[in-house]
Ligand binder design. Structure first.
Ligand code: ADP
Length: 227
């Protein structure tokens, strides 16, 4: 059974159709890359899967349960407790230290501060961030900041990690380091990953690639890869 799935999902922003009947089913522990040209609907599909956006039509299922019909508060709790997120620009809170940023999802989930900080600190050596715990985001390189964002995405041991262009703001070597760490951590934790990228070399880290075109999702074929 899939852990997260979209069935025939359609969503328009005003008169602009972003998704027109997209379907995707992801197996537990699978790493799936959503590819496709800019504006094709990749981020919208990711946001629907993650319960951030509610589709106009179709269904989203997580862990055997339909989630698009839940209210905002329930979807918000689901995102906090079961999902992790990494965005293109790490979006760290600049006033907080790196370890406070990583601890934030746990604190928001009601974990006591000492325990949240202890859990956050475990991720620093794992992601090559030793001795950076006390830095603020302005004192980190782009790659370091994105590894802190990755730690924040993983600290709650999410069932699904959603990553939207996680290497989009990084040079290729730094992007590869982030992808290596993300994939290794996901495999070690058994975390399912849904990754949006327009870069084939980033998608190559995934077990499987799907292509979104004109608001629909297709399996990657040789034809789709070259066109
Ligand atoms: P991708 O991630 O593939 O670049 P998106 O899912 O971001 O594509 O966007 C799909 C379409 O929906 C595009 O035409 C985009 O302009 C439009 N769109 C996305 N988000 C919004 C929004 N918040 N308001 C209006 N239009 C949007």
């Amino acid at each position: 059974m899939s852990i997260i799935a979209a069935h025939d999902v359609a969503l328009s922003f005003g008169a602009t159709p972003a998704l027109r009947g997209a379907g995707l089913a992801v197996e537990p522990g699978e790493i799936v890359a959503i590819m496709g040209p800019s504006g094709s609907g990749k981020s919208t599909l990711l946001h629907c899967l993650a319960g951030i956006l509610v589709p106009d039509r179709g269904e989203i299922h997580f862990d055997g349960r339909r989630i698009d019909t839940l209210g905002e508060a329930e979807r918000s709790a689901l995102r906090r407790d079961r999902f992790g997120f990494v965005f293109q620009f790490g979006q760290l809170v600049p006033e907080l230290t790196a370890e406070e940023n990583v601890a934030l999802p746990l604190l928001l989930g009601g974990v006591r501060r000492a325990e949240a900080v202890r859990s956050a600190r475990e991720w620093f050596p794992r992601l090559g961030l030793d001795r950076l715990e006390g830095r603020r985001s302005g004192e980190l390189s782009g790659g370091q900041a994105q590894r802190v964002a990755l730690a924040r995405g993983l600290v709650g041991r999410p069932r699904v990690l959603f990553a939207d262009e996680p290497t989009g703001a990084l040079d290729s070597l730094t992007g590869e380091q982030v992808m290596d760490l993300m994939v290794d951590a996901a495999r070690a934790e058994g975390t399912t990953v849904v990754l949006v990228t327009h870069e084939p070399r980033v998608a190559a880290y995934a077990d499987r690639e799907v292509v979104v075109r004109d608001g629909k999702a297709y399996p990657l074929t040789a034809e789709a890869a070259v066109s």
